[in-house]
Design a binder for this molecule. Structure first.
Ligand SMILES: [Zn+2]
Length: 192
């Protein structure tokens, strides 16, 4: 069964940690943890605004929530962004995002599971959210998320090769990235 419809020319999986300016309304005299949480919240709101906002009543949302919960990663949440740009993101708060565009392209349970697993896997890598990464570092971060996704898929009863099928449909990745990522996954899974 095909995992993707591949109708749209682009699916770019990224991890995303939005930049944000220090907010001048930061609560004073609050604990560092509270301030940090406050800044995370501001960053999340800015990120969502930048991507068209979220769609609380999107028809795929309950399915996404149900599938995300099966992975049993605490403190995670999923939302749909109101943009046709096909992409998926995760913030370090555990907030996973799918765009309307990526949901148009990825319609099978296995495909969505691969996307969720990839994004959740980013949460295990602190480097994912570090600023100022080089091109090579970004590729390595994506590879680590792909390899982590294979383990998450297997653990949750999915074929780990679902991530390869997904990557095969990514048409506008940086040159050489799909090959590099798929090669590393195949080596990791010990398949040809
Ligand atoms: Zn990624």
């Amino acid at each position: 069964m095909r995992i993707l419809k591949c109708l749209a020319p682009t699916i770019l999986l990224t991890c995303c940690q939005p930049s944000y300016k220090q907010n001048t309304f930061t609560p004073q005299n609050s604990e560092p943890a509270a301030q940090s949480q406050y800044h995370e919240e501001i960053a999340r709101e800015e990120f969502e605004r930048k991507h068209g906002g979220t769609i609380p009543n999107h028809p795929s949302l309950s399915r996404l929530e149900s599938m995300l919960s099966k992975f049993q990663i605490p403190n995670t949440k999923v939302s749909v962004l109101n943009t046709y740009h096909p992409n998926a993101y995760v913030l370090r708060t555990g907030h996973v995002y799918f765009t309307k565009g990526v949901l148009n392209d990825v319609d099978s349970e296995e495909g969505i599971a691969a996307l969720i697993a990839h994004e959740l896997s980013h949460l295990d890598d602190p480097e994912n959210f570090a600023p100022e990464k080089t091109f090579e570092e970004k590729l390595e971060i994506e590879v680590k998320a792909d390899l982590g996704a294979t383990a998450l898929l297997l653990k949750n009863g999915y074929n780990p090769e679902a991530i390869i099928k997904l990557l095969n449909c990514l048409k506008e990745q940086p040159e050489g990235w799909p090959e590099a990522r798929i090669s590393r996954i195949k080596k990791h899974l010990n398949i040809q």
